[in-house]
Design a protein around this ligand. Structure first.
Ligand SMILES: [Zn+2]
Length: 465
């Protein structure tokens, strides 16, 4: 057990709160003008070169070209010449709480560990993070309430949704084992049970639900059309959105046809066909591709960006693992089917997007031990671009579009009225999407995140194990 876990949550928060100060001294008006950076807005509009961003009381109050934006009298100035600013990212698909970096499972699922994972996301520039289907409802609602009340130090904003599956179905074996003691998965066999479960969620004002429609190559019970049609129908009656885990061509067709709002995963091992594309064209679902989960981890490439939030022991163990493990990071030789997989991914990504699938950032981080919260986000963006997307479109799929999906009105773009949640980069991601990794600083609610303190805390925790 790492030392932090021995502290009470309150002690932990008090200790960490000292690590976060004001970004810089502010002028009498409390306003700060960030000047000189290229501003990547986060929607389809062109970037603003030599921009100015005015922040007051945690909100953006003006955005424009330097010189064209009037700063309030007495505003402090921050010179960002040569930098690029983009909105904080939003990850719509992770599994928070079970990773402990030296242990894994339900015992780790405490508010302080959820907070730790959200701080890791924030460290990497992710301002909102949604845990999908694997978070216990009551503690998660409480965590959200506490976070909104300002009880925690700065971290990625927490979102979650409950999950539904047939008895014995749902997530893969490792995540099932973690979630079972907490009774997280709503197990339903009939349309009536499905509707009742959705109604209970709606009564708690939970805006989304996840369903698993996957028999894991015949090893799991499969959710029947009767059940998922009932879930979707009932959810829509309550204005809730349904996220559907579906990994085969027939399953993706079935859930899109049934009206699922978000498809999770890509069709695996085969090209999409005209029938699926016609359904996508008609329904325009959101789509969390979660491609990175099937990739060799970048920890193998000895890139410090992927190591800095991981204990050295975990990095060493991933590098020493040379036999591929499903869903877990390893550093074996490249998959012999890699070239074929790339061809299918590239074909499917481009055709699905051309048909109108609304791409959103999701990573499945935390589904299995050994992933780092936050790095997968940058990996996923780079993969999209490698597979044919433009960097500008990749940034939209990581900022304004997930904000729209989650209904986060004050995030997703650099615009007046939004929360001042943004990333300052040393290089331009529109030139090379891998430049999202050149993070100089992260601001949440107008305050600079103390990334050095966070990094130091993780290293102390890691080295004492
Ligand atoms: Zn997942």
């Amino acid at each position: 057990m790492r030392p932090m876990k021995k502290l009470s949550l309150v002690a932990c928060i008090v200790g960490l709160a000292g690590a976060f100060g004001l970004a810089q001294s502010r002028g009498p008006s409390g306003a700060v003008v960030f000047e000189g950076a290229r501003l990547v807005i986060g929607n389809a509009s062109a970037p603003i070169e030599y921009g100015a961003l005015v922040v007051e009381n945690g909100r953006i109050t003006a955005v424009g070209r330097k010189g064209a934006v009037r700063a309030p009298a007495g505003a402090a100035h921050v010179d960002l010449d040569g930098k690029t600013v983009m909105p904080a990212m939003i990850n719509v698909h992770v599994h928070i709480g079970y990773e402990g970096y030296t242990s894994w499972g339900a015992a780790n699922h405490t508010p302080q560990n959820v907070l730790d994972h959200l701080q890791r996301e924030a460290f990497y520039g992710v301002g909102a993070t949604q845990s999908v289907g694997s978070s216990p409802t009551e503690p998660s609602l409480q965590f959200q309430k506490d976070q909104q009340a300002g009880k925690f130090p700065p971290a990625s904003r927490f979102f979650f949704m409950p999950g539904m599956a047939p008895p014995g179905g749902g997530p893969d074996a490792v995540l099932r084992e973690a979630t079972t003691p907490l009774h997280v998965i709503n197990e339903v066999s009939t349309a009536q049970e499905a509707r009742a479960a959705v109604q209970a969620m709606a009564a708690k004002r939970i805006p989304q639900v996840k369903i698993w429609v996957d028999d894991r190559r015949g090893t799991y019970p499969k959710m029947t059309p009767e059940v998922y049609n009932a879930v979707i129908d009932e959810a829509h009656k309550h204005r809730m959105l349904v996220n559907a885990h579906a990994t085969t061509l027939p399953d993706q067709k079935a859930v899109v046809r049934a009206g699922a709002d978000v498809i999770v995963h890509v069709v695996q091992g085969e090209n999409v066909d005209d029938e699926l594309l016609a359904l996508v064209r008609a329904k325009k679902p959101y789509w969390a591709t979660v491609i990175g989960l099937g990739d060799r981890t970048e920890v193998c490439e000895k890139d410090p960006f992927f190591e800095e939030a991981l204990p050295a022991s975990i990095v060493a163990s991933i590098r020493a693992t040379t036999t591929p493990r499903p869903l877990a990071p390893s550093c074996g030789p490249p998959n012999p089917n890699a070239a074929r997989r790339e061809e299918i991914l590239s074909n499917n990504l481009q055709k699905m997007i051309a048909a109108g699938a609304r791409l959103v950032l999701g990573t499945d981080t935390g589904i299995h031990a050994g992933h780092t919260f936050g790095t997968g986000d940058h990996h996923e963006l780079a993969r999209w671009v490698q597979l044919g997307l433009t960097p500008a479109d990749a940034i939209v799929a990581a900022t304004s579009r997930p904000a729209e999906l989650l209904g986060i009105a004050d995030m997703g773009t650099l615009a007046a009225g939004k929360s001042a949640d943004f990333i300052v980069l040393n290089a331009n991601p529109l030139d090379d999407i891998r430049n999202t990794r050149t993070i100089a600083s992260v601001y949440l609610g107008g305050r600079k995140l103390d990334r050095d303190a966070l990094r130091a805390g993780w290293h102390t925790a890691g080295s004492s194990q």
